[in-house]
Design a protein around this ligand. Structure first.
Ligand SMILES: N[C@@H](CCC(=O)N[C@@H](CS)C(=O)NCC(=O)O)C(=O)O
Length: 208
């Protein structure tokens, strides 16, 4: 298998963390988004959305990080990251979809305004956009905060794909300046993720 990724991307890092957690062999190929390496012909053939992460497994090409994470788990006989029980599995999927549709999009506003604009020379952060981002972030962070009260992990008693998907964006809290102050449960839970060996070994500076 070969994974095209960009280490600082939360969407990439969670896939690398799953590879490490499961101990799967996979060649990692960095595409530097800031240099536009994802816009070149060969890669566009693999992913016309020009987005990482993208997995190539023989003839099969798979994009969308959450789909890749589930696919990787299906390669091992059993893993608590993606439990076989249909209800637990649906619960894990629910949080993965929620991350893509809601929480990740709210975080994305801060990533664009406070990190990417600077990196790509696109000017100063737009205060109206940041205000919209704050409304959206708080709406969904409130849901996450309430769910995490009295829990160590999002689903059940163990880390699952749900934690890696939703938690991955918190890696950029300082740089992106999410309004995370006051969300004690989210901060406590993210520390659990930071202690996972696979989260530590997928840290951007270790896999670049
Ligand atoms: N929903 C996708 C999002 C992937 C994504 O947004 N990738 C970004 C980096 S974090 C990217 O490759 N952007 C390049 C572009 O849009 O041209 C996933 O979960 O894999």
């Amino acid at each position: 298998m070969k994974l095209y990724h960009f280490p600082i991307s939360p969407n990439s890092r969670r896939v690398v963390a799953v590879l490490h957690h499961l101990g799967l062999d996979c060649e990692l190929k960095v595409l530097d988004l800031l240099k536009g390496e994802h816009l070149k012909g060969d890669f566009l053939q693999l992913n016309p959305n020009h987005m990482i992460p993208t997995l190539v497994d023989g003839e099969f090409v798979l994009w969308e990080s959450n789909a890749i994470m589930q696919y990787l788990c299906s390669k091992v006989p059993e893993t608590s990251l993606w439990p076989a029980d249909p209800v637990v599995r649906a619960d894990v999927s629910r949080w993965q979809f929620w991350q893509t549709a809601h929480f990740g999009r709210a975080c994305g506003i801060f990533i664009f305004e406070n990190i990417l604009k600077k990196a790509l020379n696109l000017g100063e952060p737009d205060t109206d956009e940041i205000a919209k981002g704050e409304d959206s972030f708080r709406r969904f962070a409130d849901v996450l905060e309430a769910h995490l009260k009295g829990r160590e992990w999002l689903v059940g008693d163990h880390v699952t794909l749900a934690d890696l998907s939703v938690g991955s964006f918190l890696d950029l809290t300082e740089m992106a300046r999410y309004p995370l102050a006051g969300y004690q449960e989210i901060q406590r839970w993210y520390k659990n993720i930071q202690q996972l060996p696979a989260w530590q070994s997928s840290e951007p500076s270790k896999i670049s």
